[in-house]
Design a protein around this ligand. Sequence first.
Ligand SMILES: [Fe+2]
Ligand SMILES: [Fe+2]
Length: 134
Amino acid sequence: MIFKWKDKFKTGIEEVDNQHKRLFDIGSELYNLVSLDDGSDHYDEIIALLTELSDYTKYHFGYEEELMEKFNYADINSHKKEHQKFIDKLNETLAKDIDMNQKQVVLDMIEFIINWVSRHIVGTDFKYIGTIQN
Ligand SMILES: [Fe+2]
Ligand SMILES: [Fe+2]
């Protein structure tokens, strides 16, 4: 499975779109790495990428929240709450011992993250488009 950023995710706010694309890129790199069947375990690389995905997600949320503040976006609080809930979920997931023998667990986790991000972009990020200018 490949996670690809699609035109339907486009907000028209260039920096936001670039950051969303980066999230999909990290997710897909991670998915490919976990799916590799080359006989060696890529545990360290996988953990490094998972950490990168989590850090970049937090960075992106912070960026959006600053933008929403700057433009006095009315629904900022519920948007921030959604971000926070997801960060909690991410932290919780990353705190678990990841056993690389359970490949499927890691694959499911990445799928969950990318699905959440996709839904959040279309369902929640899209609502600020009219308020935030490039
Ligand atoms: Fe976003
Ligand atoms: Fe958001």
